[in-house]
Design a protein around this ligand. Structure first.
Ligand SMILES: CC(C)[C@H](C(=O)O)[C@@H](O)C(=O)O
Ligand code: SF4
Length: 460
């Protein structure tokens, strides 16, 4: 039978299949962070079950971590306690931890790929919904709940129902100034936040084939925002080149052998999907969201839909917008370039290229937060820090930061923030804060103009 990329990886990881029931799936790599691991460790302790394969788990601290003075003891008591707990749990269970201050520390979905922990053909889980990011490498990667974290700790396996299969094809050539973030915001705005429920999504077509790994990660990251369990892109030469030479990537002959296997990881022609959607690259323009879920997206120079039902009315009240309103030229006081969606080096290169020689507007607080220590180091090496600082942007240390305000980086109530993160839920960036999701280029241009602005006119 013809198989999809998803089938190939899934089927090769089945330890046992329960007839008409779930599969027991082998998990190659478990990633953990401070927020969703403590209960799972406690469960193991209570039941006196040892960790089965600690060498297949990697830990980082990212959600609660401060983005300033990371060399000092953490000020916030709750965060300090949680980080200490993570350290202790990792020590007691022989788990490698790249904690705060470690050169490999960063947001879990940024540091694992850049270290070569994430590789094609794997199964990867983490107690975090945006684990879908790793699907960019042609892996089956998805978020799990805390009790499942304990299950993986104890058995390196997961009891899980095989999801249905969905494919989103985008063909053609993207317009100038349209970034991967615009592509995924466009897809979600067209399909809605529930379209992926029960499915695992494969992204296919010219647009993804021509995308960098950073771009592919941005796209796969937001799969969960259309309800999909995960998203993936077939690995190709772009993927292999990215993985090659990374710290934990296989080397030499082993790498070459793996590459031969990885090349087989693509959907067979004529393989059947349960659902399929097609889009034209030429139709995609820079996107922003106007509401309180990531599906409420419009073109940067478009207008808010007039018809939208109750959710829309509630969302618009929260956002302080009106049906039919055009958001271009709307004054914005905060921008945030960061989060596991857009905090990789390419995102900062794009922003810096636009910002270079310009200044942020007086009214704007512009926050730049790299996804990892390695990205921070690259920003330094490539001279991007000077560009950001001369333009009046604030460059901080790595972490989830203002993506979810579990730390000190919060957007004040009532303020708009053009943010490169993935969620615009009520209060997501701080109580009463209003998030407008966008690409790093839209965020950078907003900071310079002090308002939402159509930067495409400035591009040549
Ligand atoms: C804290 C964590 C459980 C959560 C997630 O699962 O996504 C967070 O990362 C988020 O983005 O909301
Ligand atoms: S950056 Fe945001 S979306 Fe990503 S893991 Fe952290 S909190 Fe979740």
């Amino acid at each position: 039978m013809k198989k999809t990329l998803f089938d190939k990886i899934w089927d090769s990881h089945i330890v046992e299949s329960i007839p008409d029931g779930p599969d027991i799936l082998y998990i190659d790599q478990h990633l953990i962070h401070e927020v969703t691991s403590p209960q799972a460790f406690n469960e193991l302790k209570e039941r006196e079950v040892p960790l089965f394969r600690p060498q297949q788990t990697v830990a980082t601290a990212d959600h609660n971590t401060p983005t300033e003075n990371q060399h000092l003891p953490v000020q916030d008591l709750l965060s300090r306690k949680q980080l200490k707990e993570l350290t202790q749990n990792c020590e007691e269970n022989d788990i490698t931890l790249y904690g705060l201050g470690h050169p490999y520390n960063g947001i879990v979905h940024v540091m694992a790929p850049e270290l070569g922990v994430t590789k094609p053909g794997m199964t990867i889980v983490c107690g975090d919904s945006h684990t879908s990011t790793h699907g960019a490498f042609g892996t089956i990667a998805f978020g799990i709940g805390t009790s499942q974290v304990a299950q993986v700790f104890a058995s390196q396996c997961l009891l899980v129902e095989k999801p249905k299969k969905l494919r989103v094809n985008v063909n053609g050539k993207l317009r100038n100034g349209v970034l991967p973030k615009d592509v995924i915001l466009y897809i979600i705005s067209k399909l809605g936040t529930n379209s992926g429920t029960g499915y695992f999504c494969e992204y296919a077509g010219d647009v993804f084939e021509n995308m960098s790994m950073e771009g592919r990660m941005t796209v796969c990251n937001m799969s969960i925002e259309m309800g999909a369990r995960g998203g993936m892109i077939a690995p190709d030469e772009t993927t292999f080149d990215y993985v090659e030479g990374r710290e934990f990537a296989p080397k030499g002959k082993e790498f070459e052998q793996l590459k031969t296997y990885w090349r087989t990881l693509k959907t067979d022609e004529d393989a059947v999907f349960d659902q399929e959607y097609n889009f034209d690259a030429e139709d995609i323009e820079p996107m922003i969201t106007y509401g309180t879920n990531p599906g409420m997206g419009i073109k940067l120079n478009g207008s808010i839909p007039v018809e939208g039902g109750k959710t829309n009315a509630k969302a618009l009240t929260y956002m302080g917008f009106k049906p039919g309103e055009i958001l271009l030229d709307k004054p914005i006081n905060y921008i945030f370039i960061g989060s596991c969606t857009n905090s990789r080096i390419e995102d900062f290169r794009t922003a810096a290229a636009y910002i270079k020689g310009k200044k942020k507007a007086e009214n704007v607080n512009a926050l730049i937060v790299p996804g990892s220590r390695q990205v921070a180091a690259q920003i330094e090496q490539e001279g991007l820090r000077a560009i950001f600082e001369e333009a009046g942007f604030t460059l901080r240390q790595p972490g989830c930061s203002a993506c979810l305000a579990m730390n000190d980086d919060k957007i004040p109530a009532g303020e708009y923030c053009v943010s490169t993160s993935n969620r615009n839920f009520e209060g997501r960036q701080g109580q009463g804060s209003r998030t407008i999701l966008a690409s790093p280029l839209t965020a950078a241009a907003t900071a310079v103009a002090g308002k939402l602005t159509d930067y495409t006119k400035q591009l040549n």
